[in-house]
Design a protein around this ligand. Structure first.
Ligand SMILES: NC(=O)c1ccc[n+]([C@@H]2O[C@H](COP(=O)([O-])OP(=O)(O)OC[C@H]3O[C@@H](n4cnc5c(N)ncnc54)[C@H](OP(=O)(O)O)[C@@H]3O)[C@@H](O)[C@H]2O)c1
Length: 412
């Protein structure tokens, strides 16, 4: 395959933009050159000469010498307009913006086809773990049953600091932000939106199913209380923010929620900004990817890998979708959860299919029970700031109609 030299117009010179610049500097074999960088604040001090920078996006988008736009800004709305215009102008695009991709997925694929240009976004999902390219290429012919793991580096960092160093939630979040792991708006991380956007992208490449972010349930770590942490520690458990998706028959489910994990669970020792993705194929069986899921260089290296792929004219073929499967996304599942709430908050116990344990104390109450995801999506009490929801360690997910356990005990 012929290799071509690429001239880049880069949007954003923050955590990931600077990481890309440095990894590009140290990668001698890649025929790529940064022509111009568009930023927002012209008076910020930069490590490169001012001639590199502009605040005028058209300077990049209208430059015929620039053939690839690398979009690395922290504003998904502005990013969408930049990426759309770049594709319309016939430029290939690399982005790390999962919210922007997840919210505009079908239109972005339409634009790629209409203008015959590639859009690559490996850095948007689990940073340094090359999961999208693997789903597209390696798992092309393998029947995937399911995937799950930790898809967000900053929440894993926060949970690690809480469990390993007894740090308070707020100071652990501040540290994650100082290290460049958190999104500019950290609610995207701690409320589970960021891993949900990644799940949207992964569902498309794993199963060929396009799901809007609002169709997917996300429960975050922001309401986990000191009592929940004590509950876990007393039982030798940790809490991880886990994303799951799985196919049964012609249905696929996916959601994001915190889960208690015990010391035998494969996520127990995945700490700090590391992510982990477990893939279960029909024939390949279980495989585990682990790598840094946030940070300047890990994300920069994923972006670099996409740029490198463009020198070989690589583009996603959306193979699973084009295989024309009849898979449908469904939230008709139930699972076992631990729910805790403070005195004064009301939980509707009738919402649970069964309750196996219940405790009421002076300060805290909790129960362990099985509940339908659709019930949780409709109920008000789960949205209360004093209610915390965590999947139990071996929580089995059932499709409501099928009434069958669908997880191998040793998998999740
Ligand atoms: N950080 C991570 O670990 C990580 C991991 C995976 C994916 N990502 C994704 O990568 C992207 C960038 O994240 P980041 O952490 O690098 O953000 P960041 O450190 O906050 O940097 C954002 C950059 O975007 C620039 N910018 C903002 N709005 C702009 C606009 N309208 N036009 C031009 N430039 C604009 C800013 O300009 P100024 O410098 O002038 O302020 C800044 O250079 C996001 O989509 C994020 O979700 C980040």
């Amino acid at each position: 395959m012929s290799k071509k030299k690429i001239r880049l117009g880069v949007f954003g010179f923050g955590c990931v933009g600077q990481g890309l610049y440095h990894v590009l500097e140290q990668t001698k074999g890649l025929e790529a050159e940064i022509v111009k960088i568009c930023i927002k604040n012209p008076s910020k001090e930069r490590e490169l000469p001012s001639s590199y920078f502009t605040t005028q996006k058209e300077e990049l988008l209208n430059d015929d010498k620039i053939d690839v736009i690398v979009e690395l800004i922290d504003d998904p709305e502005a990013a969408y307009h930049i990426v759309k215009e770049a594709l319309q102008k016939g430029k290939g695009v690399v982005t790390a913006n999962k919210k922007m991709v997840a919210e505009n997925f079908k239109e972005l694929i339409f634009l790629q086809n209409q203008y015959n240009v590639p859009l690559l976004y490996e850095g948007s999902c689990c940073a340094s773990i090359p999961i999208i390219r693997n789903l597209e290429e390696y798992y092309d012919n393998d029947l995937l049953n399911g995937m799950d793991g930790i898809f967000n580096g900053s929440t894993n960092y926060i949970l690690s600091k809480i469990f390993q160093e007894n740090k308070a939630f707020e100071s652990a979040l501040k540290e994650a932000q100082e290290n460049g792991f958190a999104e500019t708006d950290p609610t995207l991380d701690i409320e589970g939106f960021d891993p949900k956007y990644k799940l949207c992208i992964i569902l498309a490449h794993a199963f060929g199913v396009f799901v809007k972010p609002e169709q997917i349930a996300n429960f975050g770590i922001h309401k986990i209380s000191p009592h929940d942490i004590l509950f876990a520690q007393e039982k030798g458990l940790k809490i991880k923010l886990v994303s799951k998706c799985r196919k049964i028959g012609d249905k696929v489910f996916g959601f994001v929620a915190p889960q208690f994990v015990d010391k035998d669970h494969y996520l127990f020792n995945v700490e700090n900004e590391f992510n982990s993705v477990a893939v279960e194929g029909a024939f390949s069986e279980h495989q585990l990817f682990v790598g840094k899921g946030a940070g300047s260089y890990p994300t920069g290296s994923a972006v670099l890998s996409d740029i490198s792929a463009l020198t070989y004219n690589y583009r996603y073929e959306y193979k699973k979708h084009n295989q024309n499967t009849s898979l449908q996304f469904s939230n008709e599942i139930s699972f076992e959860v631990y729910v805790s709430w403070s005195n004064g908050t009301k939980i509707n116990l009738d919402d649970f299919e069964e309750i196996s344990e219940k405790f009421s104390g002076a300060k805290i109450n909790y129960l362990i029970g099985r509940i339908k995801l659709e019930t949780l999506r409709k109920t008000e009490w789960v949205r209360s700031k004093d209610t915390s929801l965590i999947l139990t360690p071996g929580s089995k997910v059932n499709f409501v109609e099928e009434k069958e356990d669908i997880y191998d005990k040793d998998f999740v």
